[in-house]
Design a protein around this ligand. Structure first.
Ligand SMILES: CC(C)(COP(=O)(O)OP(=O)(O)OC[C@H]1O[C@@H](n2cnc3c(N)ncnc32)[C@H](O)[C@@H]1O)[C@@H](O)C(=O)NCCC(=O)NCCS
Ligand SMILES: Nc1ncnc2c1ncn2[C@@H]1O[C@H](COP(=O)(O)OP(=O)(O)OP(=O)(O)O)[C@@H](O)[C@H]1O
Length: 198
């Protein structure tokens, strides 16, 4: 079974994804892939420099993620421009990795895709788990993790679909507002209900 794992920014996808990895599930991680496709010298990075200016690349040839984040999280048109450059490459690599895991004989593959709903990738997966948190907990965790002001955190949160919209499209919701143990208990209940194993 192909399971899509999504949520909103800083609601706890990576946390749940780590739990699944520990249980032996193979993970295809869209955030990790979106870092790989912009490695120094890649054609995707070249396109980003053409579109956003050479200043977006540091002296060492690496993408300045902070600068690019500052541009795209505050501006829908700039965000769409970046998405149009990056998403085709990210999608292609996600599918390649999923096929590899299936060829290796796994029954289940977890696709960790933050923008599953925004990018309309529902058809890529068979079941969808949404990791959810209350808006105030989400904002607090995002500010702490990324060292952001409230305003910067709000811009990132508002660049995605509202959490209730995502919950409506989910086959299962994990409420990650409490302890990690409580989150894992919800995860285990979902896996048992769906009779899945790695
Ligand atoms: C703008 C970038 C350079 C900022 O890098 P940074 O290291 O600060 O953030 P990181 O990549 O860890 O992403 C953190 C979270 O931001 C959110 N996010 C990232 N990109 C986007 C986007 N285009 N639209 C809305 N939310 C986004 C996601 O929830 C993601 O999990 C980076 O996010 C990026 O390359 N984004 C475009 C690729 C993309 O859409 N990635 C999301 C999954 S495919
Ligand atoms: N149950 C919890 N209790 C306390 N802190 C938590 C809990 N779950 C997650 N966190 C913390 O909240 C932050 C966000 O979690 P995580 O990185 O898993 O979110 P994410 O959804 O993967 O975010 P992104 O969309 O940015 O990739 C992290 O710093 C994490 O350690």
């Amino acid at each position: 079974m192909i399971i899509g794992l999504t949520g909103s920014i800083a609601t706890g996808k990576s946390t749940v994804s780590r739990m699944l990895k520990e249980k032996g599930y193979p993970i295809v991680d869209a955030d990790e892939i979106s870092r790989q496709v912009v490695e120094p010298g890649s054609s995707v990075l070249e396109k980003i420099a053409d579109a956003f200016g050479k200043e977006i690349i540091d002296q060492d040839g690496r993408l300045n993620r902070e600068k690019l984040g500052g541009l795209i999280f505050n501006d829908q048109l700039e965000r769409e421009k970046l998405n149009a450059i990056m998403h085709p490459a990210v999608r292609q690599e996600m599918i390649r990795q999923k096929e590899l895991w299936l060829e290796k004989g796994f029954n289940t593959v977890i696709m960790d895709i933050p923008l599953l709903f925004e990018s309309k990738l529902q058809s890529y997966v068979e079941k969808i788990i949404v990791v959810s948190a209350t808006p105030s907990i989400q904002r607090k965790r995002l500010m702490a993790r990324n060292n952001l002001t409230g305003e910067e955190a709000d811009a990132r949160i508002n660049s995605q679909l509202p959490i209730p919209e995502k919950e409506k499209g989910a086959d299962a919701v994990i409420n990650n507002n409490d302890t990690l143990e409580e989150t894992e208990r919800q995860l285990d209940a979902i896996l048992a209900k769906w009779f899945v194993s790695p």
